[in-house]
Structure formats: C-alpha cells, structure tokens
Design a protein around this ligand. Structure first.
Ligand code: HEC
Length: 111
C-alpha cells in the first residue's frame, strides 16, 4: 500500500514538472536520431547557408531567442538572411515533438 502511494506521488510530481516547464520536456537524446536522419543534410555541412551543428558562434544568437522560437520556426519553416529553413526540415512525417527533440539536440551540441 505505501509503495503504491509513493509511486502515485512520483507520477504526480513528474507530471506537474512537465506541464510547468514544457520546453524542458524535449529530449536531446531522442532528438539525435531525428537530427541524423533529417537535419544533417544541411546542418552538418552548412548547405544552403544552414548554421552548422556544433558551431557555437553561429548558434549563440539563435539559442538566445529561446527554445519556443527555435522549435516554432523549425516546425513551420522560415526564411532568414542566410537561406531557407524548410518546414520540419522537409520531412512532414515528423511530429512537432520529434522536431523539438532534434532542436534540443542541436542546442546541446552547439552551446
Ligand atoms: C534544406 C536544408 C535544411 C534542412 C534539411 C534543415 N534545415 Fe534548419 N535551417 C536551414 C537554413 C538555411 C537555416 C538558416 C536560415 C537563416 O537564418 O537564414 C536553418 C535554420 C535552422 C534553425 C535556426 C532557427 C532560428 O530561429 O535561427 C533551427 C533551430 C533549425 N534550422 C532546425 C532544423 C532541424 C531540427 C532540422 C531537421 C528536422 C533542420 N533544421 C533541417 C536549412 C535546413
């Protein structure tokens, strides 16, 4: 019985953490596979003007915009001074969460 109660408390705690801080719910570890499959074409080599993953100077001003902006632009796509970031990296099958995870991975590698 007491084990059940403490498990329930843990679940409530984890759940409330998630809702309180939505952007912390993205997983860089889960995003690596998405990044490798769908983002490296441009972000590994700098193709089409894409900021390279791991290039701290290129990413610092972008990271300072905050996760919400980065994820929203990655999901919807946007055209900046350097080139065009296609919506979802051109892979519409990816979910918004998968894109968020991939962005978390890029950010982790680039700061
Ligand atoms: C066809 C090439 C291409 C692919 C594929 C691509 N990107 Fe990009 N991405 C770009 C370019 C070019 C920019 C820079 C646009 C600018 O700022 O001028 C960019 C910028 C970004 C930014 C910065 C946005 C900002 O606000 O500064 C993020 C985050 C990003 N990409 C995430 C991703 C993710 C995640 C994927 C894979 C799901 C991906 N990209 C796939 C070309 C690409």
């Amino acid at each position: 019985m007491s084990r059940f109660v403490s498990a329930a408390f843990c679940a409530i705690f984890v759940f409330s953490m998630n809702t309180a801080n939505a952007s912390a719910a993205y997983s860089a570890a889960a995003g690596k596979a998405v990044y490798d499959a769908s983002c490296t074409t441009c972000h590994k080599t700098g193709l089409m003007g894409a900021p390279k993953g791991g290039d701290k100077a290129a990413w610092a001003p972008r990271i300072s915009q905050g996760m919400d902006m980065l994820v929203s632009r990655s999901v919807k796509g946007y055209t900046g001074k350097l080139g065009m970031m296609p919506a979802k990296g051109g892979n519409p099958k990816l979910t918004d969460l998968q894109i968020g995870n991939a962005v978390a991975y890029i950010v982790q590698q680039s700061k």
